[in-house]
Design a protein around this ligand. Sequence first.
Ligand code: GRF
Length: 206
Amino acid sequence: MVNIGVLISGNGTNLQAIIDGIKKGRINGSIKLVISNRKDAYGLVRCQKENIESMYINPKEYDDLAYNRRLMEEFKKRDIDLIVLAGYMRVLSKEFVENYENRIINIHPSLIPSFSGKGYYGERVHKAVLDYGVKYTGATVHFVDEGTDTGPIILQEVVPVYDEDTVETLSQRVLEVEHRILVEAVSLYCQNKLMVDGRKVKIVKE
Ligand code: GRF
């Protein structure tokens, strides 16, 4: 059984997808702690409803390095094996990433490397997709390295963009795919079926 820690900043629908994936027996893991950098994150309410330990840690009370060390402290106390960034809107420190090398998974609402990196987060991604006029976008699950959205890719799935799409309709369609591939990626990790080879991630077949 893998001990999972989750970092969130908002609504927490990706967190909920992992919670439901565990309940359905798709993920051989257990969420031991959820931390939010936002006090009003609805994801914290989801944790209360599910009796999952959660906490809000205010970034304004620390400098960036100390904030990341505080996060690590809480995760280490609970022997966390895997950390999932589920709509977490802060960049982790180099020290944090080094401590959890190839043990941090992030979900991003585009087909990386398109519409990713600094400044590309949340609705901004979908607005850029619509403004550019691409016909397909998608979602990406990847391991986190020291860059922003640059770590080795685990899974991606394509989503069509329709002429009549708005940021709302497109982000909703992408979110459904996010939930599916995030659960699949966490499930594969917990089965020890992900092999990182430089920039590539290979899925170990039976
Ligand atoms: C998702 O689209 C995620 O890819 C992005 O932020 C959004 C968060 O959604 N980073 P939620 O909080 O998981 O509902």
